[in-house]
Design a protein. Structure first.
Length: 262
């Protein structure tokens, strides 16, 4: 199968979480399977809500992995995220993500690669191209277009274009191949949270989805019941440098009632 028959997408899950790993997924698919996945209901992983939505996303994630040519998964532990945040302002979570995105771009064999980004498209393109050329000085880099909605560029060698890269915010809501990577990443992260609960003998589902908001009462119960251990940095899966008020107040003063954090 030629490179031109393959399309790839890159996305992450767990960026805004207060605990657990950041999961970054790059996957490649035959182009003629994109319509099949779209018809199956593949969409941005964040749009699958409630228990039934999460179950549907898990089913689709399994289907996506079966249909994919290649699936590459990077798990970034909380400890690495904390180290990155400790190095601010010269490092940050955006740069951490882009380093791993660059790695996946080089590893995925596809003519077109679509990448989701939280940063501006131009900034992401500049950082990714610099990171790639740092270790691949023979590659050529050509900007096709760049604006507030997306950046496109090509990577080539010997005057020949080999990969076309498109970077866009909310690419998981625009391109099915990125939505597929998003679903797989979220599915893997959810499984990892349940594994963490088992490893630490925690009640099942007490880590919830790992996102700090009043709807995730499982996670809030974890903060209430284990506040002393959290203060002592007992759990290595927590991102202790994360600037979320509830976590930082647990670390600095006695626990409040849940409704005082929102």
């Amino acid at each position: 199968m030629s490179l031109g028959d393959i399309i790839a997408g890159i996305d992450e899950a767990g960026r805004g979480s207060v605990l657990g790993p950041l999961i970054i997924v790059g996957l490649s698919l035959e182009k003629d399977k994109i319509d099949f996945l779209h018809q199956k209901g593949v969409k941005d992983s964040k749009l699958f809500t409630g228990l039934s939505g999460r179950n549907k996303r898990s089913e689709l994630a399994v289907e996506i992995q079966q249909q994919a040519e290649k699936v590459k998964v990077i798990e970034v532990p909380s400890s690495e995220i904390d180290l990155t945040l400790n190095r601010r302002p010269r490092d940050n979570l955006n740069l951490l993500e882009l380093r791993y995105f660059s790695k996946l771009i080089m590893e995925l064999h596809a003519e077109e690669i679509f990448v989701d980004t939280i940063s501006s498209p131009k900034y992401s393109m500049t950082q990714i191209s610099n990171l790639i050329r740092l270790n691949n000085d023979l590659l050529t880099f050509k900007v096709i277009t760049t604006n507030n909605s997306e950046s496109k560029f090509t990577l080539g060698r010997g005057g020949k274009s080999s990969k076309n890269i498109l970077i866009a915010p909310k690419a998981d809501s625009k391109y099915t191949v990125v939505a597929a990577a998003s679903c797989v990443a979220k599915h893997i992260r959810d499984l990892r949270l349940r594994e963490i609960e088992q490893e630490w003998n925690l009640p099942k589902q007490i880590l919830g989805q790992g996102y700090p908001n009043e709807k995730d009462q499982d996670l809030m119960r974890f903060f209430c019941e284990y506040s002393n251990q959290i203060k002592q940095h007992h759990f290595p899966f927590i991102r202790y440098q994360w600037e979320w008020r509830c976590l930082q107040e647990i670390l600095s003063q006695p626990m409040k009632k849940l409704d005082q954090y929102f």
